[in-house]
Design a binder for this molecule. Structure first.
Ligand code: ADP
Length: 409
């Protein structure tokens, strides 16, 4: 309290104003320069500057200055153990030096770089989260000596600057983490794109030759080749899942929207034979609504979305199970639902299944094939269409997947 008593009311009002402005600014360099300008103004000094500690090198470097920081200044390093700023940092106490020429700790390089003489200095420690991070200094008090009120005022500004520096460090760390993440993501996407593309060509040759040999082989051999063919077809669908991911990554650029009756598209897709569903003797039910349901869609992308839902329903439903597809108009949207009587999904997994590579259960011990990409791709492709996807389910009873798309009028 006694410290604040030494500060004139007009200064206190200005300090409150400064802290209000600081809270509404996020650009840290602007913030620090602003604090320096305020320090010069409030203290009545020629200039003010901030030096930050490099914790590894144990050196102080200029980070901000009233007016504008000179690039040449940022190259000057001030050692912690033999300088005025270093003494303040280490002692955590403010220091007034009214005649720097008499102080052996003064480093004249700074004055030479700035091209104006330094006479007096008021230096206060700056802390962030209670750790010493640097110092704030006011140089050359105009018309006299630094007063106790100046020390208090600069101390308050140092606290504000400390918070701003902490903010800057957090922002820089976040930006770096973000950059590293997106580089990693790009690397992964490129790897998937290249690997899937490169795998496709030899696989097509295998599929072609096996189909041909199967036609001319004797029945025993043909049945053996059936295993090869099935495995190769499975591999092709995995590769297709990976290629679809690439689709999403460049999605917006390649989106080719056309107007189409959604019912017609769904009917066409369901009409295609599905060998797995046939082998499992599953019933697939769908009755196309009488009304037209026009939507704007990229046909190839929407086929991937619907295909992924149908394939999952078939894959996760057992022998003799039922799959029911419904289409209905709901307000300004069309809703497609795919209901199955399969294994179901635990409640707590119902949102995570839409994440890339996410699969229910331990992926190393699972009994279903797949990469965990189908639903993530479906979700991202739907978002390109301003649509949504979600699921409800009861474990061991079945799942319902819904997609909603805006109707076109
Ligand atoms: P995957 O290639 O593994 O099928 P998806 O992204 O399509 O990848 O699905 C993610 C996970 O969600 C699946 O591995 C499965 O655990 C669960 N899942 C998806 N659809 C169904 C469904 N109809 N019934 C039960 N589980 C499902």
């Amino acid at each position: 309290m006694s410290a604040l008593n030494q500060i004139e009311p007009t200064r206190l009002i200005r300090l409150v104003e400064v802290s209000r402005i600081l809270n509404s600014t996020t650009n840290v360099d602007e913030l620090l320069t602003f604090i320096m300008d305020e320090a010069t103004e409030l203290i009545g000094s020629e200039s003010a500057s901030i030096l930050l500690l490099d914790p590894q090198l144990k050196e102080l470097r200029f980070r901000a200055m009233s007016g504008q920081i000179l690039p040449a200044l940022t190259n000057i390093t001030i050692p912690v153990d033999s300088s005025i700023a270093g003494t303040v940092l280490q002692s955590n106490q403010p220091l007034v030096v009214n005649d720097v020429s008499q102080d052996p700790r003064w480093n004249p390089t700074v004055s030479r770089t700035l091209k104006h003489a330094t006479h007096s200095i008021l230096c206060v420690p700056m802390r962030a989260k209670n750790n010493p991070v640097g110092v704030l200094q006011a140089v050359n008090k105009q018309g006299g000596k630094f007063q106790p009120a100046d020390v208090e005022t600069l101390g308050i500004l140092a606290d504000l600057a400390g918070t701003a520096v902490e903010k800057a460090r957090l922002i820089e760390a976040l930006q770096l983490a973000n950059l590293q993440l997106s580089q990693l993501d790009a690397l992964k996407s490129n790897f998937i794109a290249i690997a899937s593309h490169e795998l496709r060509t030899p696989l097509s040759i295998i599929l072609g030759y096996v189909s041909f040999i199967q036609e001319v082989a004797d029945p025993a051999m043909a049945s053996q080749l059936d295993h090869v063919l099935r495995a190769a077809t499975h591999l092709r669908s995995l590769i297709q899942d990976m290629l679809n991911l690439r689709y999403v990554d460049v999605g917006q650029a390649t989106l080719k929207l056309v107007k189409m009756d959604f019912g017609v598209l769904v009917a066409e897709m369901i009409a295609q034979r599905d060998e797995t569903a046939e082998a499992k003797q599953q019933t697939i039910q769908f009755s196309k609504p009488a009304i037209s349901l026009p939507v704007l869609l990229d046909r190839a992308m929407m086929e991937v979305v619907i295909g992924n839902l149908l394939n999952n329903a078939i894959k996760f439903t057992g022998q003799g199970g039922k799959i029911q597809i419904n289409l209905q108009k709901r307000g300004n949207e069309v809703w497609l639902s795919v209901l199955d009587t399969g294994v179901g999904i635990p409640e707590e997994e119902l949102t995570r299944i839409f994440d890339r590579f996410y699969q229910v259960g331990d992926p190393l011990r699972r009994s279903y094939e797949g990469l965990g990409l189908g639903l993530a791709v479906a979700k991202e492709l739907l978002e390109l269409h301003s649509g949504r996807i979600w699921a409800t389910s009861k474990l061991n009873e079945g799942s319902q997947f819904y997609i909603a798309l805006p109707l076109l009028f």
